[in-house]
Ligand binder design. Structure first.
Ligand code: ATP
Length: 580
């Protein structure tokens, strides 16, 4: 814009200068001739002429003035002209510079355009190649799709065919269904009649198998012996560990879990039992070994499990256990529940529980309303020849919650009957009597088994330590009942005609669980401490004596099933009972 203005100004000055150049000579000459003429005229004329001359002169002066002004103007115009010419030259130079720049810019532009052209060609080429390969892929896909289409066509034809076929079948279905139902009904009737005859056959086989199982079991028991003796060594307690007496004198055979070694006065004594539980044996491990005995009472056997040993050797722990790790009593009841549940609905079972305590040869009913009341063992007046305990409370239990309630009541009653429960429980026998009565709904067979779980009083020889008064009487009663137990077992082992069951309340009450095909387990508890070593030796000797006993093999099991009784009392068995 500025350049264009400058160029216009340049052209204006240029043309003005040329005009003045061309016309200034004429103007000056004309003025000069005009003045010459006026001067000559003034010399000829008079007053008027003089006046005219004066006017002329003033006009001449004015013209002179104008001429001066014109000259001044001319000079200015010349100055401007020079200025314009200089400006013009500058502008020309500038134009040349601009032209140079324009040429350079044009060169750059052309190079840029060249680059762009090349880039464009390259991009077009690449796009073309890509498009070609994509096109190729699309063609290939298309070929694949065509192929698929070709292969699908027969499948489609088959499907259409199937569909039509199914459609026909659906139409025919109601008729076919009717026909099938009729046929199925006929088949079911036939199968039912076959099943019913098979059932008859199975029932016959089942009865035969049951008898065979009983026979096998009896034979097994005969071979193994009816009395089994286990030994459990309790662990050294925390307090004992800190004392000097902590060193244990007992050791175990790593190859034979029925052997216990006892180091006494420099001598190693070896005891062989049916099973020895080391101190680390758990309640569960102990129970696993006794559970087959427990379940056999479901089959109508009488079972007796004793915990025997000196005070503090772990009898109560093994039988009752602790709240979060129960012992045999609770585990046995729970197992019986699950077993009888498994046998339903063929078998209908009723499990009843009694708890008694024998203290100083007195029988107490631990589940009764008056626990201090003494119970007696009598001959049943019904003439069946069975013993019974008049007034003994029996609770029917149906769930683990019932068991807990029964145990709580038993504990409470035991505690109310004495001043020091711990001491009292050491000096009395606690019996949990579980009776399992079964009725087979298919065969009409009945069974009755009894499980007696006995936590015996402490077996230590208090009499020798010079006890007096009530302590002496307690010790005498305990000794009497424990030696009566030994005598009974001895008489049974020796197959004596007379077995002295009635020499103590304990043996009298457990008569039916100690004789005939009944099963007995003696769990001999042993303390690991050297200070208890002589008591441990006594207990283990007693255990070995008991182990060698064989009960009479009178085959009364079948008789027990047939002559089952619902009485809670002990029953006479094949072994003859004579008076005390
Ligand atoms: N196997 C064991 N594991 C852990 N602790 C045990 C075990 N056996 C016994 N104990 C503990 O040893 C102590 C004595 O056990 P327990 O009361 O069962 O002996 P006891 O023979 O029943 O005594 P008492 O004749 O006085 O009733 C208890 O504190 C008991 O918890």
């Amino acid at each position: 814009m500025g350049t264009r203005f400058k160029v216009s100004a340049y052209f204006f000055h240029h043309f003005l200068f040329r005009y003045l150049e061309e016309h200034k000579e004429a103007l000056v000459i004309e003025r000069w001739f005009h003045l010459q003429y006026v001067t000559q005229t003034v010399e000829v004329e008079s007053a008027d002429s003089q006046k005219a001359v004066a006017e002329m002169q003033s006009k001449n002066a004015i013209l002179q003035e104008q001429l001066t002004v014109q000259r001044q103007l001319l000079r200015e115009l010349e100055t401007q002209l020079h200025e314009s010419q200089r400006t013009c030259a500058q502008l020309r130079t500038q134009i040349l510079v601009y032209e140079g720049e324009m040429e350079r810019a044009q060169g750059q532009l052309e190079a840029e355009m060249q680059n762009l052209e090349e880039e464009k060609n390259r991009v077009i080429e690449e796009a073309f190649i890509r498009a070609e390969s994509e096109m190729k892929a699309v063609h290939e896909n298309l070929a694949g799709v065509r192929m698929n289409l070709l292969s699908l066509q027969p499948a489609l034809r088959t499907l259409t065919c199937d569909y039509n076929c199914l459609k026909r079948q659906v139409q025919e279905f109601p008729f076919m269904l009717d026909k099938a139902i009729t046929e199925a009904k006929q088949e079911i009737c036939q199968v039912i009649s076959e099943v019913s005859s098979t059932n008859q056959e199975l029932l016959r086989k089942y009865k035969r198998e049951m008898n065979l199982r009983k026979k096998c079991h009896n034979e097994l028991v005969r071979l193994k012996g009816n009395i089994r003796v286990f030994c459990r060594v309790r662990p050294v307690s925390q307090e004992e560990q800190d004392s000097a007496d902590a060193k244990t004198m007992l050791s175990f055979d790593s190859d034979d879990d029925a052997i216990l070694y006892l180091s006494n006065k420099g001598k190693i004594m070896t005891f062989e039992l049916d099973k020895v539980f080391p101190p680390h044996a758990t309640q569960e491990e102990v129970f696993q070994e006794v559970q087959s005995l427990v379940t056999s009472c479901i089959d109508g056997f009488n079972v007796c499990i004793f915990a025997y040993g000196q005070t503090g050797s772990g009898k109560t722990y093994t039988m009752e256990g602790v709240a979060d790790d129960p012992g045999i009593n609770q585990r046995a009841l729970r197992l019986l529940f699950s077993e009888v549940t498994d046998k339903a609905p063929d078998w209908d079972y009723k499990i009843t529980v009694s708890m008694v305590e024998i203290y100083n040869e007195t029988l107490r009913n631990l589940l009764g309303d008056t626990p201090t009341e003494k119970l007696d063992i009598k001959m049943n007046p019904d003439g069946s020849g069975q013993l019974y305990v008049p007034g003994l409370t029996e609770f029917t239990v149906q769930s683990p919650e019932d068991i807990n309630r029964v145990f709580e009541l038993g504990h409470m009653n035991r505690a109310t009957a004495c001043t020091n429960l711990n001491e009292h429980s050491s000096r009395s026998h606690a019996l949990l009597i579980i009776t399992v009565c079964g009725f087979n709904t298919a065969t009409g067979n009945r069974t009755q088994g009894k499980l007696n779980l006995v936590d015996l009083a402490g077996s230590e020889r208090i009499g020798k330590s010079g006890a007096e008064g009530s302590r002496l009487r307690e010790a005498q009663c305990i000794n009497k009942s424990l030696s009566a137990l030994g005598d009974v077992i001895n008489a049974l082992r020796s197959k004596h005609a007379h077995v002295p069951f009635r020499n103590s309340r304990l043996t009298y009450l457990l008569q039916d669980s100690l004789s005939g095909d009944s099963k007995t387990l003696m769990m001999v508890q042993v303390s690991p401490l050297p200070s208890n070593m002589s008591e441990s030796v006594c207990s283990l000797k007693f255990a070995q004596r008991v182990r060698s006993v064989e009960l009479s093999s009178a085959s009364s099991s079948s008789r027990r099933h047939e002559n089952s009784s619902t009485s809670s009392s002990p029953t006479h068995d094949s072994v003859e009972v004579t008076g005390v």
